[in-house]
Ligand binder design. Structure first.
Ligand SMILES: [Zn+2]
Length: 607
């Protein structure tokens, strides 16, 4: 039997004459098709198993030109291939109409008898199977499962053992199964984004012969590649141990395998979260972030980037990296390239803090405020909690024509109770300026919270971590949208005192200020070494203030490690499957305040 030469004419009925006796009689042809096991239309059923094959499910159909006009009956391999006409599977024995297609169903060789009138010929259909196999040597069904982003630092693989199992839960081998005598294909692998844009390419993925699975038809030849890795960025892609088998990947996108010569698509597998975990398969989730960059002074330069355009670009780059990193858990922020990044002035002194610090109850007295030049007086009764006082202050401000929003803070370490804040707005909705406050109450502290970023933002210490400092609250409460299901990311010039580059306020602090990340410009600059934003978002998503190394073993490759700083692929960038499970539990659709929304994969987009 002769072997067809590349480029292989997929499905075109390449008139490769066969040196069998039948060939002389009727001009027999041999056709090569691919087993269509992927799910281009994203309906959860392999395209080659759908009863109606229309739309994107028909993307990989091959020409059935060699069968047109004949009545086709299978001699062998009836279950390996089918004829599709008008979107329907054509029963065997019917005349194949013009425009019909061939669709591979499973790898192997089918022999079809084609009768037109008195003439009879044989069409050999070689069905090639391109697939994916995991480290436990199990085939991965591209219609029901998916590939996931790499959470293991680079490891050496032994190419001499293309059949060996491996521990990496994410890397996948490419497999090729073909009938003996059918040409092997040169495989090209593309990684495409969720928008269908090609992100990365391996021009040629070498294959080595491996033993076939027990259910492969007799006479099948099987090959496999080294484990391929889908990575977040170039840091992980170009390391010598993994170069040539790593591609940048995007949650919602796909790995697309093509014939290197003809570029015909052979198979695809989608990219999402961990395909197996203690919480089951984790597909794709999205979350809403609201990025804000604060100017150093009103009307002044933004905290990062030099100019407004530079700030937007810097923050989008940071968001893209954080989104890609959390892709390890199937999370994506959506299209970061066009995300709205607001540049805002630091707020005026709009916040009245009642019982700031230790939150003692009132002893009785009068609070006098001057807001935008207007004096407001509030009587305070003995025994009132800071929250009750704040509500009285809010009511008095509203009577005076202002808007007031009252929020309670988490109790801090040495606190007697919880303090409360009143944010004041003008009638037009803009923040009002509180010019002065005084209190005749001997125990109740009343202060004005203001923001001055020229000397850095006063950040919380161990004692007031839960509530944040007064300056932090004045900053964050100026920009909160009141929607606890969004995450505010506020970029500031720098924290006072040095050392800190990012911090987060999380749900379990039980504060009104939650799901907020503060990031300073050093945190933006340090993104290659410590992935600051991704780390701080981790505290919010995991709803955990601590770090795995606080009590346990130091694992400096983990994103949530407290002190690792390393710009190599062995730096802090990995997220464990268990952490992904915790994120789903604490912030998933079933959480008390869900930050994540499930986002079904849908049809495979290709451009
Ligand atoms: Zn941390």
């Amino acid at each position: 039997m002769r072997i067809a030469r590349a480029p292989i004419a997929w499905g075109l009925g390449a008139l490769v004459s066969l040196s069998t006796p039948a060939a002389a009689a009727g001009g027999d042809v041999r056709v090569l098709v691919i087993a269509d096991l992927d799910d281009d239309d994203g309906d959860g059923v392999a395209d080659g198993r759908q009863s109606v094959v229309t739309g994107l499910a028909a993307r990989d159909l091959a020409s059935a030109a060699s069968l047109v006009g004949g009545e086709v009956t299978p001699i062998t391999g009836a279950g390996l291939v089918r004829v599709v006409a008008g979107g329907r599977v054509l029963p065997w024995g019917k005349t194949v109409p013009r425009g019909a297609s061939l669709q591979g169903v499973a790898p192997g060789r089918a022999e079809l008898r084609v009768r037109s009138g008195a003439r009879e010929r044989t069409v050999f259909v070689d069905v090639m199977g391109v697939g994916f196999r995991d480290g436990r040597r199990r085939d991965v069904d591209p219609a029901r499962s998916w590939a996931s982003l790499e959470r293991t630092p680079p490891e050496r693989v032994t190419l001499a053992e293309p059949d060996a199992a491996y521990a990496d839960p994410d890397a996948l081998r490419l497999t090729l199964r073909r009938p003996d005598g059918a040409a092997s294909a040169r495989l090209r692998v593309e990684s495409v984004s969720g928008e269908g844009i090609v992100l990365d390419v391996l021009e040629h993925v070498p294959l080595s012969a491996v033993a076939c699975p027990s259910d492969a038809p007799l006479g099948t030849v099987c090959e496999a590649s080294a484990p391929l890795r889908l990575v977040v960025d170039d840091v992980d892609r170009v390391h010598p141990l993994v170069l040539g088998r790593s591609l940048r990947g995007d949650v919602g996108g796909a790995l697309v395998v093509r014939d290197a010569a003809t570029r015909k698509k052979l198979q695809a597998i989608r990219v999402a979260g961990p395909p197996s975990s203690a919480a089951g398969a984790i597909g794709r989730y999205t979350l809403t972030v609201r990025p804000l960059v604060v100017r150093v002074t009103p009307g002044g330069a933004p905290a990062v980037g030099g100019t407004d355009a530079g700030a937007i670009a810097a923050v989008r780059a940071e968001l893209a990296l954080a989104s890609a990193t959390w892709g390890q858990c199937g999370l994506t922020f959506g299209s970061v390239a066009t995300m709205d990044v607001k540049i805002v002035d630091p707020p005026p002194a709009h916040l009245i803090a009642i019982g700031d610090d230790v939150a003692l109850p009132a002893a009785g007295g009068e609070i006098r405020l001057r807001v935008e030049g207007k004096v407001v007086a509030v009587r305070v009764r003995r025994g009132f909690s800071p929250l009750q006082v704040a509500l009285e202050v809010g009511a008095a401000l509203e009577r005076a024509g202002f808007g007031a929003s009252v929020s309670e803070n988490a109790r801090i370490g040495p606190g007697a109770g919880r303090s409360a804040d009143v944010s004041v707005r003008r009638r037009d909705g803009r923040l009002a300026r509180v010019d002065a406050v005084s209190s005749s109450d001997p125990t109740l502290s009343v202060r004005v919270g203001s923001v001055d970023l020229t000397d850095g933002l006063q950040h919380f210490g161990d004692a007031d971590a839960a509530a944040g400092t007064l300056e932090e609250r004045a900053l964050v409460k100026a920009f909160e949208d009141g929607d606890p299901a969004t995450i505010e990311i506020i970029v500031i010039p720098f924290f006072a005192g040095g050392g800190r580059i990012g911090e987060s306020f999380i749900a379990s602090d039980a504060s009104s200020m939650r799901n907020v990340v503060l990031l300073d410009r050093a945190g933006v600059r340090a993104r290659r070494t410590s992935l600051t934003l991704a780390h701080e978002l981790g505290h919010v998503l995991l709803d955990a203030p601590g770090h795995p190394d606080d009590f346990g073993v130091d694992t400096p490759t983990l994103l949530m490690d407290s002190d690792a700083s390393d710009s190599s692929p062995f730096g802090p960038r990995r997220i464990t499957v268990d952490e992904c499970v915790r994120v789903l539990r604490q912030s998933g659709p079933g959480a008390r305040v869900p930050l994540l929304t499930q986002w079904k994969l849908g049809p495979l987009r290709l451009r």
